[in-house]
Design a protein around this ligand. Structure first.
Ligand code: 8DG
Length: 313
């Protein structure tokens, strides 16, 4: 039977958005490959405590705060590894590497070093996902007004848009989504189209976002670069994970105008539901920019919002 090993690894991000990778030293397993700093969880230790210890031993830094992010499993020749990835939110000290051949600060969109450890491919893809997702409601406020709000938000820092227009005809959705893709491109923002992979492809969007009902009946992953889904329960989140989806959106955290009367999770309920999942999960429901820290403390990748995303015009 393959040995099972728990490993804790940390994403240490600089203010310019670059994250730290280390190159495995000669004489170790997969020498020369690049990894996130971290190491094995010892018996009786929590993954978070293991990471704090490893970052002190490996890099000489004192970590003040880590936030759970993703948990992925990978079967290597030597062991079945369960990797607990954390966001290293606060740390102190000077980096002094004691174990790697080299360290490098890398960008998620244009990584300069390689090869990465085989388990880390999806992690790098997850790091390309922006933290804030703006969700459209053009059918409610009018296409022209929505496009102008998108334009304003893109000029600020919006990098991820979900076109969600369940009441639009296919023709109107195609035209609107095509326009969103056109305005988003120069800003390097990703666009996902809710509910229709064919339209997503036709307009050159980056991906498709599946409503929960479509997720439940999905047999094969749509052929889009990015595939995400809306989830409300642990079973739906596990379904999204089992289908190899790139992200999920989970809500409602707080009451919303879109779904009045819907039961809410609060941050405690949200944190319970997302624990141990392999893909990033956005928090949704009654949230605004100011909620980002609470969301990430609860284990969210970021925040998704309809009303909270758009600067009123
Ligand atoms: N630290 C870290 N380990 C990773 C990443 N991705 C990945 O697959 N791993 C795997 C490789 C190893 O099997 C394990 C890390 O264990 P480790 O670095 O403590 O130990 P090791 O196998 O090199 O050897 P040792 O401690 O027994 O000397 O997790 C990553 O990004 N960071």
């Amino acid at each position: 039977m393959t040995k099972r090993v728990d490993v804790a690894a940390g994403v240490i991000t600089r203010t310019d958005g670059r994250f730290l990778l280390g190159q495995r030293a000669p004489g170790t397993f997969y020498a020369g490959y690049w990894e996130f700093p971290g190491g094995k969880v010892e018996p009786g230790e929590s993954p978070a405590d293991a990471l704090i210890r490893e970052l002190d031993e490996e890099l000489g830094i004192r970590v003040r705060k880590v936030r759970p992010w993703l948990t992925r499993e990978h079967v290597y020749e030597h062991a079945h590894v369960r990797l607990h990835f954390f966001d290293v939110a606060e740390w102190e000290g000077e980096l002094q590497d004691h174990v790697h051949s080299a360290l490098s600060w890398e960008r998620s969109d244009a990584q300069g070093v390689g090869p990465m450890l085989p388990a880390n491919g999806p992690i790098l893809k997850s790091l390309r996902l922006p933290r804030w997702m703006g969700i459209t409601h053009a059918a409610e406020i009018g296409v022209a007004r929505q496009l102008s709000q998108i334009d304003d938000a893109l000029k600020q820092d919006l990098k991820l848009i979900q076109v969600r227009e369940p009441s639009m005809s296919a023709a109107d959705l195609t035209a609107f989504a095509g326009e969103v893709v056109r305005v988003a491109r120069p800003h390097g923002a990703l666009v996902m189209v809710n509910g229709d992979a064919d339209i997503a492809c036709e307009v050159g969007a980056d991906g498709v976002h599946l409503p929960a009902a479509q997720l439940r009946t999905l047999s094969v992953r749509p052929e889009c670069d990015w595939v995400g889904a809306s989830c409300h329960t642990r079973a739906e989140l596990e379904c999204a994970a089992a289908r190899g989806l790139d992200y999920a959106v989970l809500g409602a955290v707080f009451p919303t105008a879109t779904h009045p009367g819907q039961a809410t999770l609060g941050w405690g309920g949200f944190g319970e539901l997302v624990r141990g999942l392999p893909m990033p999960v956005f928090a949704l429901g009654g949230l605004a920019r100011a909620d980002m820290d609470d969301a990430r403390d609860a284990g969210a990748h970021g925040v998704a919002a309809i009303r909270g995303s758009w600067i009123q015009s």
